[in-house]
Design a protein around this ligand. Structure first.
Ligand SMILES: Cc1cc2nc3c(=O)[nH]c(=O)nc-3n(C[C@H](O)[C@H](O)[C@H](O)COP(=O)(O)OP(=O)(O)OC[C@H]3O[C@@H](n4cnc5c(N)ncnc54)[C@H](O)[C@@H]3O)c2cc1C
Length: 437
């Protein structure tokens, strides 16, 4: 492990995609930079693992969405190989009573409500319901089956809890992300393509290029600003810097002591946001065997609600991505690894066949149990507050610059947003005239 330097032109706090991209760009411009990361690994909300069959799976962010050009460019620059998602026109909808067919009364009820969300997200009145929870709004949906399906769709699209998320916050989120259809769609939407090597491999490749500038197990506890510089404290060590780039998600940044205190707008942002709850699993098979009987993309709205995607790479093996959000994720996260694998796969058996119960390997992560990331996919606004609407506050505070996906003006919440925010802070720092030589 590299020893901590006493000083750097720029200290970047957090080795997620935004922190590593910012550090890499600063380093390429000849600016002396170090990255301090609390965890014992780089990546933050991206994390790649190698399966028993030698393929790569992402336990965190994985999909390149439509229009995520910076993500595409970074992947190409770092030598990663992109492939398109296999995707049906419509996912299968099912619950513990079986498939929800198009003719079922629940289908038009769910579709009408989704269209209602989409429409309302463009109407001025969306502003007035910031104290109304999504559960209250969903009471008008005629069937319990449709209500449950909508609850699961909300959980999987933003990892929110319908008892905690306001109608206004959800509508803002939909509008900002370019519509519910884009958010839910695979081909041509937010789940358009993947990387054979895994999105998490980009963090590892950036860290490799930065070498000993990246310091792991360095949780920043305090940041002091004085007239001449910044003093960053991690455990028992201190590092001085001319500038600092903060990439920690807002509710987690609340754990860092800033002296003097940050402006009120930042204090409110840190207090009035929380990370969504999310559990993600990858089941790996010799082949995508289910394709002989149909597609695997589905939303299951039974007692355990979750979404499934066929994310298999083009030359195999078979990969199934399982996403569980909100309260369902919290319940699944309380189970042992074996118990959650059995529970989730037994729900897939009626649709994909008995072989689904025997994956060659199973990879999973309960993100809301990660002490340094706190959850996913991103920070959400507390009921009745507005500070967490995207993009969140990011004007520099003296010599502290703010990056991280939540601060992006486009595609906040996604990897694309993390990269955009990194480019913006690098611009801010370079325009300030720091360290160019
Ligand atoms: C399960 C899941 C699925 C997702 N799916 C997708 C997807 O398919 N496509 C997509 O585009 N996006 C997806 N996302 C979102 C995407 O992963 C994030 O938007 C992106 O990775 C955020 O990067 P970041 O650098 O802004 O923040 P982070 O990755 O959160 O980085 C912040 C870093 O700061 C560190 N840190 C925290 N506290 C301290 C401290 N005190 N001192 C030092 N370091 C600290 C953390 O450990 C972390 O490494 C997903 C996220 C999750 C969790």
């Amino acid at each position: 492990m590299p020893s901590d330097p006493a000083h750097a032109d720029v200290v970047v706090v957090g080795a997620g995609i935004s922190g590593l991209t910012a550090a890499y760009e600063l380093h390429r411009k000849g600016i002396d930079v170090i990255v301090l990361e609390a965890a014992d690994r780089v990546g933050g909300r991206v994390l790649v693992e190698t399966t028993a069959l030698g393929s790569a799976v992402d336990l965190g962010g994985q999909w390149i969405g439509k229009g995520h050009h910076r993500f595409e460019a970074l992947a190409a620059e770092l030598g990663a190989t992109r492939y398109r998602m296999r995707s049906p026109k419509m996912p299968l909808l099912a619950d513990d009573n079986g498939t929800i067919r198009f003719g079922s009364p629940s289908t038009p009820a769910a579709i009408t409500t989704l269209l209602g969300f989409e429409l309302a997200s463009h109407l001025p009145g969306r502003d007035t319901q910031n104290s109304v929870t999504l559960r209250e709004w969903l009471r008008r949906v005629p069937t319990g089956r449709a209500r449950r399906m909508l609850e699961v769709i909300i959980e999987v699209t933003c990892c929110g809890d319908i008892d905690d998320l306001s109608v206004t916050a959800f509508l803002e989120f939909i509008r900002y992300q370019g519509g519910l259809n884009t958010m839910m769609k695979s081909a041509g939407g937010a789940q358009d393509s993947l990387l054979v090597e895994g999105a998490g491999s980009l963090a590892c490749r950036l860290a490799d290029r930065l070498g000993e500038r990246v310091h792991l197990n360095r949780a920043v506890g305090a940041i002091d600003r004085n007239d001449t510089n910044l003093v960053v404290t991690t455990g028992t060590t201190t590092i001085t810097a001319d500038r600092l780039v903060m990439t920690v998600p807002p509710p987690i940044a609340a754990q860092i002591e800033f002296r003097p205190a940050l402006p009120d707008s930042y204090i409110r942002l840190h207090r009035n946001t929380y990370m969504g709850a999310v559990y993600k699993a990858l089941a790996v098979y010799d082949t995508p065997f289910w394709r002989s009987r149909g597609e695997a993309e589905m939303i299951l709205g039974g007692e355990t609600g979750f979404a499934v995607f066929d994310s298999s790479p083009p030359d195999g093996p078979g990969h199934l991505t399982v996403l569980v959000g909100g309260p369902d994720a919290r319940r699944v996260g309380e189970l042992s690894v074996d118990a959650r694998r059995v529970l989730l796969l037994e729900h897939l058996e009626p649709h994909l066949g008995a072989d689904v119960r025997n994956p060659a390997s199973w990879h999973d992560k309960v993100w809301h149990h990660d002490p340094f990331v706190g959850g996913g996919y991103c920070a959400l606004p507390a009921l009745g507050t507005r500070e967490g609407f995207y993009p969140v506050a990011h004007a520099p505070v003296g010599t502290i610059h703010w990056a991280g996906t939540e601060t992006a003006s486009e595609h906040a919440g996604y990897i694309e947003g993390a990269i955009e925010s990194a480019h913006r802070v690098v611009d801010e720092i370079v325009r300030s005239g720091l360290g160019t030589r």
